[in-house]
Design a protein around this ligand. Structure first.
Ligand code: PXP
Length: 249
C-alpha cells in the first residue's frame, strides 16, 4: 500500500474562464496560491498545442512562483519537450492529444508509440523530470510504460466516472487490477480524469495509488462553494477512504 495519497489539482479551467474574455482575470497563478493554501500537494497544468487554456507564460509563472511541485501535462512532441526542458517542472505527464477533442479522451498508446515515446521519456528523465504516462487500465500499456522507463503510470478514470451501475463496477474492477499490476512492476501508480465527490472514494480506497489528479470538478464546484472549500472537501473524502483501509498493507 502507498503510505501517501497526494492530491494534485489541475487548474486548466481557471485559464479557460480567463481566456473566454482574452484578458487576465481570473489568473491561474492566483488560483495556484489558493490551491496550495487549501492543502493540495501539487499543481497540474496541461499546455495544449492549441493553447486553449494554459499559456507558455502560465507555465513559466507556475514553475517559478509556486512552491508546490508542478505536474506538466504535455503531448509527446518536440515543441512540448523543448518547453519542459526549459522550465524543468517537477513532473511531466505525457498524454495523447487530439486538436478536436474537448478533453483528453483516452489513454496513450504506449505499445504502438514506443519509438517516438522512448527519446522523449529519456530526455525528460535525464533532466530530472519525473515522467508519467497517462494510460487506460490495460496491462499491456502498463508493461510498455515500464519497459520504456517511465517512473509513473496515471490510470485514466474517465470511463469509470462516466459509467453507472454494473458498468461502473466493471470499470472499477479493471482499474483495481491495473493498479495492482503496475505496483507489482515497481512503478508508481496515479489516477485521474473525471473524478468528483461521488467517485473519488472508491478510487482513493485502492491502496496502490499515491496521487490523484483532479481538475474540472473542483474548479466547477468552486463556483458554488469556493475553491478552498471544494479542495478541502475532496482532500477529506480521500483521507476518509484511506482511513477505512486501516491496517491493510
Ligand atoms: N489527469 C490527466 C492526465 C488529465 O489529462 C486530466 C485532464 O486534463 C486530469 C487528470 C484531470 O481531469 P479532470 O479535469 O476531469 O479532473
Amino acid at each position: 500500500m502507498s503510505e501517501i495519497l497526494n492530491l494534485g489539482v489541475n487548474i486548466d479551467h481557471v485559464a479557460t474562464i480567463r481566456n473566454a474574455r482574452g484578458e487576465s482575470h481570473p489568473a491561474p497563478l492566483r488560483a495556484a496560491h489558493l490551491v496550495a493554501k487549501a492543502g493540495a500537494d501539487g499543481i497540474t497544468a496541461h499546455l495544449r498545442e492549441d493553447r486553449r487554456h494554459m499559456t507558455d507564460a502560465d507555465i513559466a509563472s507556475l514553475t517559478t512562483e509556486i512552491d508546490l511541485p508542478l505536474n506538466l501535462e504535455m503531448a509527446a512532441t518536440d515543441e512540448m519537450l523543448k518547453i519542459a526542458l526549459k522550465h524543468l517542472p517537477h513532473a511531466a505527464c505525457i498524454v495523447p492529444e487530439k486538436r478536436q477533442e474537448r478533453t483528453t479522451e483516452g489513454g496513450l498508446d504506449v505499445v504502438g508509440g514506443q519509438n517516438y515515446l522512448m527519446p522523449i521519456i529519456r530526455s525528460l528523465t535525464d533532466s530530472g523530470i519525473r515522467v508519467s504516462l497517462f494510460v487506460e487500465a490495460d496491462m499491456l500499456q502498463i508493461d510498455a510504460a515500464k519497459n520504456l522507463g517511465a517512473s509513473v503510470v496515471e490510470i485514466h478514470t474517465g470511463a469509470y466516472c462516466n459509467a453507472s451501475g454494473i458498468l461502473r463496477e466493471q470499470e472499477l474492477s479493471r482499474i483495481k487490477k491495473a493498479a495492482v499490476h503496475a505496483a507489482g512492476l515497481n512503478i508508481e501508480v496515479h489516477a485521474g480524469h473525471g473524478l468528483g465527490f461521488d467517485t473519488v472514494g472508491a478510487i482513493a480506497e485502492i491502496p496502490q495509488f499515491s496521487e490523484l489528479n483532479i481538475g474540472h470538478f473542483l474548479i466547477g464546484e468552486a463556483i458554488f462553494e469556493g475553491l478552498d472549500s471544494s479542495i478541502k472537501r475532496m482532500r477529506s473524502l480521500m483521507d476518509n477512504a484511506r482511513a477505512t483501509l486501516g491496517g491493510e498493507r
